[in-house]
Design a binder for this molecule. Structure first.
Ligand code: FMN
Ligand code: SF4
Length: 642
């Protein structure tokens, strides 16, 4: 074990349960759920994290009552069939020495489900902003029936052989709605803020006395701070998260993306240290930082949820002193984007996440092949790393002077700097066995000269050059602004089609460099294709920085020192904006001439990523990985990935 990580790898007693270490995978919905029950992919997902050495896994928010099913993929903890489903998970997790809890949940007025929605229930009839839910107030009998539901779900968990349960009272869900005076205007007994949560804790303890019992609270909530003292003697641990579901701003804290700083929870734990052990979570990605948090007595255990989504083997690697081998979570939030989209959990950096049963880890190839990879953006990096990990002889050709492709542009944007840097750093490590040739033009002769058995082409994309009359204005691509140097002292209009972050990022850089900036948004919503938490971060930064935002404008031309737009919905309405610089963020087009030429030469060519059609780094890395399998003739379905 690394001597510096003694606390992280020391045991911790949580009520009746002894954890072997202090690394926790906190509750997170995986969407690996069918008919409100765990699937085999769910089982394999958690087994991988147990095998990797996690001390405690808290299974995802599990509804205690039919009215509390947050989405079509929420586990139904109140149903009898959940017992065998949870048993399957316990059977594979516990042999690895990992403790297994489940989070018991009711969303109250927070409802993400698509229509037809069940009626929403809450302490009082107060609409919720983010999901536009208009609940009705629960009757006293309904409150009692939901409390019974917690007891039933806890008893199901005990029967399934789990070690503990955690009551979700964070993020503004039902229990928090009861203890938030502005949301609880009841005049009956349930109007007393802590009454509901205390009733739930009592019912759960009575139904499952042998289980550990915890409560999850939002550390940035004044109401949670007010109530925690009352709970302390009744729980075996307090799990701390951040954020609140009902507002755009609050929701960003639930799974905070960079540039929210690492260890964002650290300064907020003190008021919650009321006796029970504290599990602190949010942006803890580095085991050494986690050790510091324990050392400083900020908490007794650390939630490293996205860190484990990315690298299920993080605990084992850290314990063995192999810190440099840890694949670091880059904070891109594709994982939670999958949840919001209702698709199975996945990770940009680790394509095996959610595919534990179907995407095998690289195994040494029977015969090493020589594989040329062209382009060192995410797709090419993934292909090269994957092929090298299977023992193939890999040469990676990159025209630029560093690896990264579009990541090198993203690294210039304050919001994406950490995401892009971490991704490049991860690959720096994964490419150790790859021959990387930078500033190397990969024309047909160069590739043929390598004598490859197969070629992966990942030549990426370039910005669209629109066929519009723009001559009367100086025009730059958003990529040029990101690449630098950034223009100064100009009156700039950024025409942003809303399909990626380059328009938003260039607007932020331009205004910071002293330009007067108008962002003309050419989509129905600002930052339409970004994950909502990243979009929220951008909105706050751009409004604060003084960028003027104009909505629903599609660029049609430029004339006499003005950029011309038409309204997206009423095209006869024209708007002109004064400018002496027009910045274009109008989408990308694939670069794929080389693959066609190489295929014509009879080479075994496999394309991946943006050259097939520009999308995000997640698709690029997945396709690069799969292209390496095809190039290496590795079967794509095989032994479990672990
Ligand atoms: C995909 C996903 C789903 C989540 N679902 C839940 C949930 O069911 N219950 C909960 O309390 N928190 C949920 N969270 C929040 C996490 O438990 C954790 O607090 C958050 O990811 C911040 O910690 P991290 O920076 O270590 O990832 C979810 C997070 C993610 C990424
Ligand atoms: S998808 Fe991004 S944020 Fe989520 S776990 Fe993977 S690297 Fe981290």
């Amino acid at each position: 074990m690394s001597p510096t990580l003694e606390r992280l790898f020391s045991p911790l007693q949580i009520g009746p349960v002894a954890l072997r270490n202090r690394i926790v995978s906190t509750a997170h919905q995986t969407t690996l759920v069918a008919e409100h029950l765990p699937t085999e992919d769910f089982v394999a997902y958690h087994e991988a994290r147990a095998r990797g050495g996690t001390g405690l896994i808290v299974l995802e928010a599990t509804a205690v009552h039919p009215s509390g099913l947050l989405t079509a993929h929420t586990l139904a903890g109140y149903r009898r069939e959940i017992v065998s489903g949870l048993q399957r998970v316990a059977d594979v997790v516990r042999p690895h020495g990992t403790a297994l809890f489940v989070q018991l949940f009711h969303g109250g007025r927070e409802q993400i489900a698509s229509p037809p929605r069940e009626p929403a229930l809450a302490p009082s009839a107060i609409p919720s902003l983010r999901f536009h839910v208009e609940p009705r107030a629960l009757s006293g009998d309904e409150v009692a029936s939901i409390v019974d539901g917690y007891a039933r779900a806890a008893s199901n968990a005990a029967e399934a052989g789990l070690d503990g349960v955690e009551i979700s009272a964070a993020h503004g869900y039902l229990a928090a709605q009861f203890f938030t005076p502005s949301l609880n205007r009841r005049e009956d007994e349930w109007g007393e803020p802590a009454r509901f949560l205390l009733a739930v804790l009592e019912a759960v303890r009575a139904a499952a006395p042998a289980l550990a019992l915890g409560v999850r609270l939002s550390a940035d909530s004044d109401e949670a701070r007010a109530v925690v003292g009352t709970l302390a003697a009744r729980v075996d641990y307090v799990s701390l998260a951040l954020g609140e579901s009902s507002t755009y701003l609050g929701s960003t804290g639930i799974v905070p993306p960079p540039p929210v700083p690492e260890n964002a929870i650290a300064g907020l734990t003190a008021p919650f240290r009321v006796g029970a052990p504290v599990v602190a979570t949010s942006r803890i990605v580095d085991p050494v930082e986690a050790e510091h948090l324990l050392e400083e007595e900020r908490c007794e255990a650390v939630g490293m949820t996205r860190a484990l989504i990315t690298d299920p083997d993080l605990p084992r690697k850290a314990r063995d002193g192999r810190l440099l081998d840890v694949l670091r979570c880059i904070g891109c939030n594709a994982c939670i984007a999958h949840y919001h989209a209702g698709t199975p959990i996945a990770c940009t950096q680790n394509p095996r996440t959610g595919r534990e049963r179907t995407l095998p880890r690289p195994v040494p190839a029977a015969r090493s092949r020589r594989i040329a990879v062209v382009g060192a953006g995410p797709a090419g990096l993934a292909a090269a790393a994957e092929a090298a990990a299977a023992g193939h002889d890999v040469v990676l050709l990159e025209r630029a002077e560093q690896i990264g492709g579009q990541l090198t542009l993203a690294e210039r944007a304050p919001v994406h700097e950490e995401v892009a840097r971490s991704l490049r750093q991860n690959y720096g490590r994964l490419l150790e066995k790859v021959e990387v040739r930078l500033e190397s033009e990969a024309d047909v002769e160069a590739v043929l000269g390598l004598g490859p058995d197969a070629v992966v082409v990942a030549t990426g994309a370039r910005p669209l050059e629109p066929e519009l009359m723009l001559d009367s204005l100086e025009t730059l691509q958003a990529w040029d602004v990101l690449r630098g140097p950034c223009p100064q002292g100009r009156r700039a209009v950024v025409a942003d089609w809303g399909g990626d972050a380059s328009g938003l990022a260039s607007a932020e850089l331009l205004v910071a460099a002293g330009n007067e900036v108008t962002l003309a948004v050419g989509s129905a919503a600002f930052g339409e294709t970004l994950h909502q938490y990243q979009r929220n971060v951008y909105a706050a930064r751009l409004y604060r920085s003084g960028v003027r935002v104009q909505h629903h404008l599609e660029l049609v031309g430029a004339e006499g020192g003005r950029a011309r737009f038409r309204n997206l919905f009423a095209p006869e309405l024209e708007t002109t904006l004064p400018a002496d610089l027009l910045v274009l963020a109008l989408g990308r087009v694939p670069v794929r001439d080389l693959s066609e030429t190489l295929a014509a030469e009879g080479l075994d060519v496999h394309e991946a990523g943006d050259c097939l059609s520009p999308r995000s780094a997640e698709e690029a890395i997945l396709e690069g990985t799969l292209a390496a399998h095809r190039a290496a003739r590795v079967a794509e379905v095989g032994s479990p990935s672990g």
